[in-house]
Design a protein around this ligand. Structure first.
Ligand code: AQP
Length: 332
């Protein structure tokens, strides 16, 4: 049995990048209840400046969206990170396993710390230790596979390093997990700045397609996507032609095609953008409809999360207790 774990941060509205890079993979994984766990990782949302009411709202919305996207509580465990204390308990043991230097090397830390500093808000210590809490999220369940977008590759590598180090020092305790990424659209880029990841807390609103965007908004954003300078035609070359290649990646991910082959079917950007817009609208339409139905019935979502937290706790507690004993702490 390979256990799967992954999560999403309630730092903003979920994007097309979250959907293609992660959520769709989660839904595709046919699992039994204790084999796939998906989590709204709300503690991670506190690592940057946040508004408490907004985090609560976005946490509920993210859980509702995950169900709307097709996760079924009968097949997987869906819960909220802060409802299961084992994540925070294990995080401290892993802080005692990680080094300051390896955390400061994390690319996402450097980028987000620079942004926080530039805005004058200061860098929260939790931003530095965030990958350790993420490692705890994963290791507490003896996870084998972590389906994530490309941007999380480095954090899953760190998780592997910490698991190996802990096991070597204190005896075998954790499964060493591996990251899995989708074949296409593992890193969906911003439509206005195709050299940057499409991010939910990104600054370029028009460059980010949100899962709950109305069809007209999606069309407008796609039709205004920047394409590359020069008249090179429609060619798939992510390094030299990031704008048009991003559109081809999105189209391929939506239609099941292959970006290079799709490029051959177009002579101009206009037709490509129209097809991308249609494909994205159709892909997201059922999710939006189902989200509206579920949002009208918040009690159902809360019940799913409560049951999910109970199941998650039952798996994580013995693993974390074992780690406490292994590292040298007295049993209570
Ligand atoms: N653009 C993307 N392309 C492919 N996969 C992506 N993911 C995120 N963006 C893309 C994947 O979605 C999962 C959940 O992401 P997250 O909530 O951990 O982080 P985020 O969406 O990147 O949002 P942040 O970090 O709060 O802020 P921004 O957006 O400013 O970086 C993950 O599996 C991730 O790989």
């Amino acid at each position: 049995m390979t256990r799967i774990f992954s999560g999403v941060k309630p730092t903003g509205h979920l994007t097309l990048g979250n959907y293609l890079g992660a959520v769709r993979q989660w839904v595709a994984a046919e699992q039994k209840p204790d084999e796939a766990l998906f989590c709204v990782v709300d503690l991670h949302a506190l690592t940057v400046e946040h508004d408490p009411a907004r985090v609560r709202r976005l946490s509920r919305q993210a859980a509702t969206l995950l169900l709307a996207a097709g996760l079924t509580p009968e097949k997987c465990t869906l819960f909220v990170q802060s409802h299961v204390d084992e994540h925070a308990r294990l995080s401290y043991l892993l802080e005692c396993t990680a080094s300051d230097g390896e955390l400061r090397r994390m690319v996402q830390y450097k980028e987000k710390a620079a942004k926080a500093q530039a805005s004058g808000e200061g860098v929260r210590l939790s931003l530095l230790t965030y990958p350790v809490l993420m490692a705890a999220d994963i290791l507490a369940y003896r996870t084998g596979e972590v389906p994530v977008g490309e941007d999380q590759r480095q954090h899953v590598e760190l998780t592997r390093d910490l698991a190996v180090r802990f096991n070597q020092r204190y005896g075998y305790t954790f499964t060493v997990p591996k990251a899995t990424h989708p074949v296409v659209a593992a890193r969906v880029m911003d439509l206005q700045d195709p050299t940057s990841k499409m991010g939910k807390s990104g600054d370029t609103g028009p460059g980010v397609v949100f899962i709950l965007d109305e069809p007209e908004a999606v069309r407008k954003k796609v039709m205004r996507a920047v394409t590359d300078s020069g008249d090179g035609g429609v060619v798939y070359d992510p390094a030299a032609r990031p704008g048009v290649s991003n559109l081809l990646d999105i189209l391929a991910a939506c239609t099941g095609g292959e970006p290079t082959a799709l490029a051959d079917g177009y002579t101009g950007y206009g037709a490509l953008k129209r097809d991308v817009a249609d494909a994205v609208v159709e892909l997201l339409r059922p999710v939006r409809v189902r989200h509206a139905e579920l949002a009208a019935d918040p009690g159902t979502v809360e019940a799913v999360l409560r049951a999910g937290a109970g199941r998650a706790r039952a798996i994580a507690r013995p693993v974390v207790d074992e780690a406490y004993r292994a590292i040298g702490l007295l049993e209570p």
